[in-house]
Design a protein around this ligand. Structure first.
Ligand SMILES: CC(C)(COP(=O)(O)OP(=O)(O)OC[C@H]1O[C@@H](n2cnc3c(N)ncnc32)[C@H](O)[C@@H]1OP(=O)(O)O)[C@@H](O)C(=O)NCCC(=O)NCCS
Length: 139
C-alpha cells in the first residue's frame, strides 16, 4: 500500500535510507518534507519498505528521493512508487519530470531508463565523491 508519510514513519524511513545510501539523509531533512503530499511510503504487512518524495523545481516535477529496502528489491515496488509520483504530478498539471542520480549508480539509471527516462546531462562533482547524471522524461 502506498500512503502519505507521517511523522511516526520517520525513524523507519531513516532506517531504510541508511540501508540504501552511503550518504543518507538525516531525519530532519525528511521531517522538512512532511508538508508535501508527494512524500509517500510503501507499506507491506505493516512493514515500511520504501518511500519516495516528489516536488517542484523551476516548474518541473522533481523526484527528490526514492528508495526500496535491499531485501525487497526487484519486486516492482520501486516502479509502483515512481508511477504513483508521476500520476500525482500529472494531476497537478506537470508535463515533465526530472531527477539527479549518481553517475556510479548504474542500477538506478537502468531502473529509470526502463521507465522512459533519458539522460539530459551531467553535473561534475555534484555529490561529494561523484558526478550527477540528470535524467528526465515527458509526463
Ligand atoms: C532504484 C530502486 C528504487 C528500484 O527499486 P526496485 O523496487 O528494485 O525496482 P523494480 O523492482 O520496480 O525494478 C523495475 C525494473 O527496473 C530495472 N532495475 C531495477 N533495479 C535495477 C538494478 N539494480 N540493475 C539493473 N536494472 C534494475 C529492472 O529492469 C527492473 O525490472 P526486472 O526486475 O523485471 O528486471 C532501488 O534499487 C533502490 O532503492 N536503490 C537504492 C536507492 C537509490 O539508488 N535510489 C535512486 C536514487 S536517484
Amino acid at each position: 500500500m502506498i500512503r502519505r508519510a507521517l511523522i511516526d514513519d520517520i525513524p523507519k524511513i531513516v532506517q531504510v535510507e541508511k540501508a540504501c545510501f552511503s550518504v543518507p539523509w538525516p531525519d530532519f531533512l525528511f521531517k522538512a518534507h512532511l508538508h508535501n503530499p508527494g512524500f509517500v511510503v510503501y507499506e507491506k504487512e505493516k512493514n515500511l519498505i520504501g518511500y519516495a518524495i516528489i516536488g517542484d523545481a523551476d516548474g518541473k516535477a522533481h523526484l527528490q528521493n526514492i528508495a526500496v529496502h535491499p531485501d525487497s528489491r526487484r519486486q516492482g515496488i520501486g516502479t509502483e512508487l515512481l508511477e504513483w509520483c508521476m500520476d500525482l504530478v500529472r494531476l497537478y498539471g506537470y508535463r515533465e519530470i526530472v531527477l539527479e542520480v549518481r553517475e556510479k549508480n548504474t542500477g538506478s539509471q537502468l531502473f529509470y531508463k526502463k521507465k522512459g527516462f533519458e539522460e539530459r546531462g551531467k553535473v561534475q562533482d555534484y555529490y561529494e565523491n561523484d558526478n550527477a547524471i540528470i535524467m528526465g522524461r515527458k509526463l
